[in-house]
Design a protein around this ligand. Structure first.
Ligand code: CMC
Length: 429
């Protein structure tokens, strides 16, 4: 889809590079032959100006605050869809018919159990291990159990691996939680919805009946929808890069989980709630706003700012609504952390520093308050993000494997180290 060219003058020579046009969003200059033509690379730390792939899955307009999955706005999907419908959409490109949806739900539901032998893995971890560490290990270990779905050249095996991961992730996450708090594992209940089953596995105990509150199950489902995919973020790019070498999908998703854990990415929801707790009361907010603005202080307002959104994160708006629904359902009238969050947001949105830098609340600002009200400890927050993002990672991984132009990912560098020198024996150093 080249419509024009970009001209580059270098060392007295003029070259032209085609400009590729997407269906929406910025055009890109195709510089893939630049090194061959000129012997030079481009330099772009953090990939702020680099499109690493072509994709048809998710589109974000950061200035407008728009998020589309396969063309559908996130607000419509969160209002009308359920998580498994969004999974189908991300994986197959279209919303399912009723029959396709029933078939998909059935296929996911029939894979929810974990190989029984794998449950013994958990006892190898310290009980106080962070559940993200446990998730990373357990998901990587799936490839040691499900050999029959690791041949990435077989489309059937690719799909079986995809369904297995979407189905087993809630079971692994719930087991990580149960192990952490010293309660027995609860097996999946296939008559429950995806989100209700997850809440059941987390909060039921064998000694009494546990009924999942449908309002809370719907909130959980919406939280999963909001986290399902977000185009080429750090963890998704990690999954694509790991997958570009031909690594099996379980190993690739484990790599994505490791990347997601960082506080600048998925770990921000945990960090945001810890920050709200540390601030404690509304009167201490100005002190923290001043710290966030101080260039000599590494402190940042967690849950604020985004590489792509330079407007309100559309997911944060839906999450704020969900927070109120959950607190209302649970009869929580006074939540000091919600008070701090609302006031912090109000002050930051009117503060010159945040306006000028276009720093708005992101999804992680409100998700922590909601997840805590649902009963999860902060250490589980990023685990829930990983659970929901698994489908996005898989859809992106599948798209990459099926792309005929796919190559192993291999960025280059600007080398500024020592030039060649001779080895000096240790006695003479
Ligand atoms: N608080 C205070 N100042 C900030 C913040 C913040 N949260 N975020 C960015 N800035 C400032 C930053 O200091 C910089 O200032 P200057 O131009 O004077 O150096 C400017 O804004 C641009 O920031 P940047 O770090 O160059 O922007 P980036 O695109 O590299 O970083 C980010 C994006 C999300 C890592 C960053 O905004 C951040 O660390 N936010 C807090 C962590 C967070 O909430 N992360 C969740 C992201 S959404 C969920 C997900 O994708 O995982």
């Amino acid at each position: 889809m080249a419509n024009s060219t970009a001209k580059l003058e270098l060392g007295g020579e003029n070259r032209e590079y085609e400009i590729l046009e997407g269906t929406v969003g910025p055009d890109v200059i195709n510089i893939s032959s630049l090194y061959k033509d000129t012997g030079m690379f481009t330099y772009d730390p953090g990939f702020t100006s680099t499109a690493s792939c072509e994709s048809k899955i998710t589109y974000i307009d950061g200035d407008e605050g728009t998020l589309l999955h396969r063309g559908y706005p996130i607000e419509q999907l969160a209002d009308h869809g359920d998580f498994l419908e969004v999974c189908y959409l991300l994986l197959y490109g279209e919303l399912p018919t009723k029959a396709q949806k029933e078939d998909f739900d059935y296929r996911v539901t029939r894979h929810t159990m974990l190989h029984e032998q794998m449950s013994r893995f958990f006892t190898g971890f310290r009980r106080d291990a962070h559940p993200m560490a446990v998730m990373c290990g357990m998901v990587g270990a799936l490839s040691a159990f499900y050999h029959d779905s690791t041949d990435i050249s077989d489309p059937h095996q690719r799909m079986v691996a995809s369904i297995r991961m979407i189905a087993k992730m809630p079971t692994i996450a719930a087991m990580a939680y149960k192990y952490h708090i010293g309660q027995p594992f609860i097996y999946p209940r296939n008559e429950l919805s995806y989100a209700a089953n997850f809440l059941h596995m987390c909060f039921a105990v064998p000694c009494e009946e546990y009924h999942v509150n449908p309002v809370l199950a719907r909130a959980m489902d919406r939280i999963f929808i909001l986290h399902a995919d977000h185009e080429q973020n750090a963890s998704t790019s990690t999954v694509r890069l790991a997958g570009s070498s031909g690594a099996n999908p379980f190993a690739c998703i484990a790599a994505g989980i490791a990347c997601l854990w960082g506080p600048a990415h998925g770990g921000a929801n945990e960090a945001a709630l810890n920050m709200l707790a540390e601030i404690g009361t509304v009167d201490r907010i100005p002190e923290y706003i001043d710290r966030a603005k101080d260039r000599d202080d590494p402190f940042r307002l967690m849950g604020f700012g985004h590489r792509v959104y330079k407007n309100y994160d559309p997911r944060a708006k839906i999450m704020q609504k969900t927070t109120h629904e959950v607190l209302g359902e649970l009869g929580i009238k006074d939540d000091p952390q919600l008070d701090v969050a609302l006031e912090l947001e109000r002050i930051a949105l009117t503060d010159e520093y945040f306006i000028e830098k276009k720093l708005y609340p992101n999804i992680d600002f409100y998700s922590g308050i909601t997840l805590r009200a649902l009963g999860f400890p902060t250490t589980m927050f990023t685990v829930l993000f990983a659970l929901a993002r698994t489908v996005g990672w898989i859809a992106q991984w599948k798209e990459m494997i099926e792309d005929p132009n796919q190559k192993i990912g291999r960025p280059r560098q600007l080398y500024t180290g020592a030039t060649q020198r001779d080895y000096v024996s240790i006695a003479n150093r």
